[in-house]
Design a binder for this molecule. Structure first.
Ligand SMILES: [Zn+2]
Ligand SMILES: [Zn+2]
Length: 313
């Protein structure tokens, strides 16, 4: 059984093999592709195999006991309930957008709604960062209302690559549900085009932040050119910026809309200050103080499709 060294690149779903000259902390071990299949049946391209990183830098490839965890592909697929919630969220957003455009057209006022929409986009990035920071660091799967999101984001830190394989509605449904309930009252009882311009931009960016997040994890060669251009222009969170969130100390670059707020929040230690306030006020420690490096560690992922790619290259 041949043994090679490899590392997991969070921006790529493929596993790259390296020489021993790689940085030690980024070195992992894995069996060659032929040992990953336990059956001689036709390869299932959807079957995902996870292998844990080495438990410590002192471990040698030969001393590593391997564990393979198969992720059920159905967990990444959209259900009709997911699609219904995304449809509901999009419907409330379109109604809000229509009211903003119609109100602006009738009043001949375009500057204020346009500025409100820009403000909504700008603040959505901040909102995504604060929310992401909150569910990364506090609570658990048992937390009321947010438990599902907390568990999903904690799982994302162990298996970051799964987000690129989640189907669209599966990835967006939780935020779409929140948007549907939040924007619906405005759709029903508000007619101010400025309010709708802000709400539509803010809520829309929040709802689609998980898609922007997925794009930030995907390989550049697989993304549409327009998405890559928007990432490179800073309109959407860049792949490089979000990759830093998945590296030690795992406590920065939380914003996932445009990433515009990341530098300000990180350089001024705004979120760290909030963690201190919460700790001294409530005695609650954020997860980032103790857990990175263990449960937040990236795990190597391969799939049989990736294996075929490696064999072909
Ligand atoms: Zn995170
Ligand atoms: Zn991520």
């Amino acid at each position: 059984m041949a043994v090679l060294q490899q590392r997991w690149d969070p921006l790529s779903r493929t596993t790259r093999f390296h020489t021993f000259a790689c940085r030690p902390r980024r070195i992992f071990a894995a069996v060659t592709p032929t040992t990953r299949t336990t059956t001689t049946s036709r390869p299932d391209r959807n079957l995902v195999v996870v292998e844990p990183r080495l438990p410590s830098s002192s471990s040698t490839p030969s001393s590593v006991a391997r564990r393979k965890t198969e992720i059920d592909p159905s967990e990444l697929e959209s259900t009709w309930a997911h699609r219904a919630w995304v449809t509901a969220g999009c419907t409330t957003l379109f109604v809000s957008l229509g009211k903003a455009l119609l109100g602006s057209f009738q009043s001949h006022i375009w500057v204020e709604p346009s500025l409100a929409a820009l403000l909504g986009y700008f603040l959505a990035d901040l909102g995504s960062g604060v929310y992401h920071w909150g569910i990364d660091n506090y609570g658990g799967a048992e937390t009321p209302f947010f438990g599902g999101q907390i568990a999903a984001f904690q799982g994302h830190h162990r298996f970051p690559w799964t987000i690129t394989r989640r189907q669209f509605a599966n990835n967006l449904h939780a935020l779409a549900r929140a948007v549907a309930f939040s924007v619906l009252p405005l759709d029903l009882w508000n007619a101010d085009p400025v309010v709708h311009a802000f709400a539509c931009a803010f809520a829309g960016c929040i709802m689609f932040s998980q898609q922007f997040h997925a794009w930030a994890h995907d390989n550049k060669t697989r993304l549409p050119r327009a998405v890559v251009a928007l990432q490179d222009a800073g309109v959407l969170v860049s792949r490089a910026q979000h990759a830093a969130h998945h590296r030690a100390p795992y406590s920065n670059n939380y914003c996932i809309v445009s990433g515009a707020w990341n530098r300000f929040l990180d350089e001024n230690k705004v979120l760290e200050a909030m963690e201190m306030v919460i700790f001294f006020r409530f005695g609650t420690r954020p997860r980032s103080w103790s857990e990175p490096g263990s449960s937040w560690a990236e795990e190597i992922q391969t799939s049989r499709a990736d294996t075929e790619h490696l064999q072909a290259s």
